[in-house]
Write a protein that binds this ligand. Structure first.
Ligand code: DGY
Length: 426
């Protein structure tokens, strides 16, 4: 076993809190939704029962309406802010009140196919399948009530790309006047220059206060929110997840369910298609309140390749865009274009490289035939990890590791990516 694999396994074991894996100790002491999906793909490479347990613990937090929250507060009380007292969600298991990019179906399909113990994978997937279907239906009900095909993201944390410059203008509509006092703990764990600003925290908490006052009722949130964007992470990842769910439905679902998923796929493919920007050379998010594209070239704009909905011409335009970005940084893929004045190479989602984003973007390009670019992204990812270790994110110019260390999804990507590329040739 290589030293990298050994070190990556040790991180997952160290971050295991009894069936769920914290992203990293201290900074993120609970179970996060999309982290759990990537993490299970790491566990499956060496401990199959533990991979299935990760999904089960995540789904313990599922709400009666199908929503799978972005944080499940399983563990003991900690200094994490905002904790359950701020979210005030009233779910039986304490959780946050928003969701996160839905990687789950893709991860479950992957583990089902990668599982070595046939009965275990079969039984667990059969039990999980209806819960994922319920969650995907929730996205439509709660985040696309008008059924246009694009899901609205109602909180920057729901996009997973928290303080991306893509949200600056839309987020400026949220008044930075929360009723809840701000008690940041993140900057006690990580340098403030790598984290979102205080102004960002005032606005994210003000939005939580508003939603808590509406008792997290999706229709009320939809009607009253000042922040509603169609982001590429949620939309493209859910499209990909629905393709994977359709594959699971062939085995575990009904004909009516397959028909439902297939028709949603048709609708979302054409809706995401409308987010293409020839001028920017990639897909752009859309402000659903201002009703205009958000002119922010960010790495999520390449995710329609992962979703399998970018045609050959778009793949080659996106590849050219990324080649241009590559001239300005040493390591791909920066989370914000290095040509953009808002690019900050050290600050969270405003510039750094994230390994799980690299995996999805590279796998999207590879599946579409752009294998040289995919290989470049993969070798940059490997170089970052071997140079700096298993950090949360990395400076695309210097390769310095940033954010939390000993990070679970970075370890999981190192474990699962070779396996993923071998298995994903559909
Ligand atoms: C944080 O606390 O910064 C998380 O990203 C929220 O999901």
């Amino acid at each position: 076993m290589s030293a990298t694999v050994e070190a990556a396994r040790a991180i997952l074991r160290d971050n295991d809190r009894g069936g769920y894996t914290v992203p990293t100790a201290g900074l993120y002491p609970y179970q996060w939704n999309w982290d759990a999906a990537f993490v299970a793909m790491g566990w499956i490479t060496f401990d199959e029962p533990r991979a299935w347990r990760e999904f089960e613990r995540l789904l313990e937090g599922q709400w009666a309406d199908g929503m799978v929250p972005h944080i499940i507060f399983h563990g003991p009380k900690s200094d994490y802010f905002p904790g359950p007292d701020v979210w005030k969600t009233r779910a039986p298991v304490p959780t946050s009140g928003i969701s996160q990019p839905p990687v789950l179906a893709t991860a479950v399909r992957h583990c089902w196919e990668a599982g070595r113990d046939g009965t275990l994978a079969e039984d667990r997937t059969a039990a999980i399948y209806p819960k994922i279907l319920a969650w995907h239906r929730w996205w439509v009900e709660a985040r696309d009530p008008e059924r246009g095909g694009l899901l609205g993201c109602l909180h920057p944390w729901e996009s997973g790309m928290d303080n991306s410059p893509a949200w600056d203008a839309a987020f400026a509509r949220v008044a930075p006047t929360p009723a809840t006092p701000i008690r940041r703990s993140d900057t006690g764990h990580v340098g403030a220059d790598m984290r979102p600003s205080d102004d960002f925290y005032k606005r994210v908490i003000a939005l939580i206060d508003l939603y808590a006052s509406l008792q997290w009722e999706p229709r009320a949130l939809w009607a009253r929110t000042p922040f509603k964007v169609a982001d590429l992470a949620i939309n493209a990842i859910l499209h990909r997840a629905n393709r994977d769910l359709l594959a699971l439905a062939e085995r575990f679902g009904t004909a009516a369910e397959r028909e439902e998923i297939a028709s949603r796929l048709e609708l979302t493919a054409s809706a995401i298609d409308r987010l293409w920007s020839e001028a920017a050379g990639l897909y752009l998010p859309f402000d659903l309140i201002a009703k205009r594209p958000i002119e922010a070239p960010i790495s999520a704009g390449f995710l329609p390749a992962w979703a399998g909905i970018a045609d050959a011409a778009r793949i080659s335009t996106m590849a050219a865009t990324l080649e241009r970005w590559a001239k300005k940084v040493r390591y791909l893929v920066p989370s914000t274009s290095p040509e953009d004045p808002r690019f900050e190479p050290r600050r969270y989602w405003r510039g750094p490289v994230w390994c799980m984003m690299n995996m999805m973007i590279a796998e999207g390009f590879r599946a579409a035939g752009a294998s040289d670019l995919a290989a470049r992204i993969k070798s940059d990812t490997a170089a970052l990890v071997s140079r700096a270790g298993f950090h949360e994110y990395f400076d695309p110019q210097t390769g310095v590791g940033l954010g939390g260390g000993h990070f679970s999804w970075t370890a999981s990507v190192a474990l699962s990516w070779p396996l993923l590329s071998a298995a994903s040739g559909e």
